[in-house]
Design a protein around this ligand. Structure first.
Ligand code: G3I
Length: 347
C-alpha cells in the first residue's frame, strides 16, 4: 500500500511538474513548427509540378499547412478568353489543399500583371470603355471569389498597387477607373465571401519608406470608409546582396497597430550565383529573421515561401545570374535555410 501511494505521488508530481524540455526539441518538419509557433507556414504551389512530380507533391503536402497558387488563380489563367473560364489548375490546388488539410491564400484578384490579352487589347483599342471595365472587374472578382467561397482563408485582393516612387501605380485600373477601384475591389470580394480575410499585398514593403507611407495612407483611408480590409501582405522577396531590412518588425507593427492582420506572403532570398556555403548561411539568417519577425507580432498569422525548391523558382528568369532562393535545393534536400526556420521559437 505504502509503495502504491508513493507511486501515485510520483505520478502526481510528474503531472504537476512543468513541461519537460521537449518543448525545446527541434520540430520534425515545418508542419510541426507551425503548430509550435501558432503561425501558418505555407508555400506557393506550381500547379504543373503539383500535377506531374510525385516528390514535389509529397514534400509540399508533408511540410506545409497553407498554400498559395503561384500562377493558377491569376486572371490570364482563369479567363484566357473573355467569358471562357479555365479553373482546372486552380481547382487542383484547392482540392489538393482540402485533401491535405492546408488552408489557402487566393492570389490575386486585381493586379497589373498577367492580365489576359483580350482585356489589355480591348482597353487599349477603346473597345472596352471605363464603364464596361468596371463591370468586367466586378464580375471577375464575384466569379472567382464566389467559386471558392468558404475554401479560401485569405485573398490578395489588390496586389502591388503602389509603384516604386510611392505613387498609386499607373495601371489600367487607376487610369480608367480612378483610385476608387481599390475600395470597390474589397467590397465586391467581401460580398462574394464574407468570411475570407481580405489583404493588400506588396513587395519592398518591408523597407521602402515611400511605399510604406502610401500604403499606410491607403489602409487608413479604407478603414475610415469602413471598407472591409483585414490584412497586410509583405511579399518578402529579399536578396543577400542587400542589407536585411532591419526595421521590418517596426514597419509591420505600424500596420498591425491599425488593427490589421499581417502575413509574409512570398518569402524568398536570392543570391548572385554560384551559391557558396557562406552565401547559404546568410540566406538562412535572412529567412530566420523574417519568420522571427512574424512570430514576434501577435497579429502576424502566416509565413509563406514563394516556392520551396530551387527546382521551381521565378528568380533565375527575372534576375540574370541570380538564383538558389528557396529553402530546398533542386533535389529537395534541405538547405541551411530550412534548418534555420526549424530553429525559430516563440519568445
Ligand atoms: O504560361 C506560359 C506558358 O504557356 C509557357 O510555356 C511558359 C514558358 O516560359 O511561360 C508561361 O508563363 C510564365 C508564367 O510565369 C507561368 O509559368 C510567364 O512567362 C512568367 O512571366 C510567369 O512568371 C510569374 C510572375 O509572377 C509573373 O509576373 C512567376 O511564375 C511567379 O512566381 C510570379 O509571382 C509574382 C507574384 O504573383 C506577385 N509578387 C511577385 C512574384 C514574383 O514575380
Amino acid at each position: 500500500m505504502k509503495r502504491l501511494l508513493s507511486g501515485l505521488a510520483a505520478i502526481a508530481f510528474a503531472l504537476a511538474a512543468p513541461l519537460p524540455a521537449h518543448a525545446d526539441r527541434t520540430p520534425d518538419d515545418l508542419r510541426e513548427l507551425s503548430r509550435t509557433l501558432r503561425v501558418h507556414i505555407g508555400s506557393a504551389v506550381d500547379a504543373t509540378a503539383l500535377a506531374g512530380e510525385a516528390d514535389y507533391r509529397r514534400v509540399l503536402n508533408q511540410e506545409f499547412n497553407h498554400v498559395t497558387a503561384e500562377n493558377a488563380m491569376k486572371w490570364e489563367t482563369v479567363e484566357p478568353q473573355r467569358g471562357a473560364y479555365d479553373w482546372e489548375a486552380a481547382d487542383a490546388v484547392v482540392e489538393n489543399a482540402r485533401r491535405n488539410r492546408q488552408q489557402v491564400r487566393g492570389h490575386t484578384l486585381v493586379w497589373h500583371n498577367q492580365l489576359p490579352a483580350w482585356l489589355i487589347e480591348g482597353v487599349d483599342s477603346g473597345a472596352i470603355d471605363a464603364r464596361e471595365l468596371r463591370k468586367i472587374l466586378r464580375s471577375h472578382i464575384m466569379t472567382e471569389v464566389g467559386r471558392y467561397r468558404g475554401k479560401i482563408r485569405a485573398w490578395d485582393v489588390v496586389n502591388e498597387v503602389v509603384d516604386d516612387t510611392g505613387k498609386l501605380r499607373d495601371s489600367i485600373w487607376l487610369k480608367h477607373l480612378g483610385p476608387g477601384y481599390i475600395a470597390d475591389a474589397f467590397r465586391w470580394a467581401h460580398q462574394a465571401d464574407p468570411r475570407a480575410r481580405l489583404y493588400i499585398n506588396d513587395y519592398n514593403l518591408e523597407w521602402d519608406a515611400k511605399k510604406i507611407e502610401t500604403t499606410l495612407g491607403i489602409v487608413k483611408d479604407l478603414k475610415a470608409k469602413r471598407v472591409p480590409i483585414h490584412g497586410i501582405g509583405f511579399q518578402g522577396h529579399l536578396g543577400i546582396q542587400y542589407d536585411y531590412p532591419g526595421d521590418f518588425a517596426g514597419v509591420m507593427r505600424r500596420f498591425t497597430d491599425l488593427g490589421m492582420e499581417a502575413a509574409i506572403t512570398e518569402a524568398d532570398v536570392r543570391m548572385v550565383m554560384p551559391a557558396t556555403a557562406e552565401k547559404l548561411a546568410t540566406q538562412a539568417d535572412y529567412y530566420q529573421r523574417m519568420l522571427s519577425t512574424c512570430v514576434a507580432n501577435k497579429r502576424c498569422v502566416e509565413f509563406t515561401v514563394w516556392g520551396f525548391t530551387d527546382r521551381h523558382s521565378w528568380v533565375p528568369d527575372w534576375f540574370e545570374g541570380e538564383g538558389a532562393a528557396n529553402i530546398m535545393d533542386e533535389n529537395l534536400a534541405h538547405k541551411p535555410a530550412y534548418d534555420a526556420l526549424l530553429a525559430v521559437r516563440r519568445k
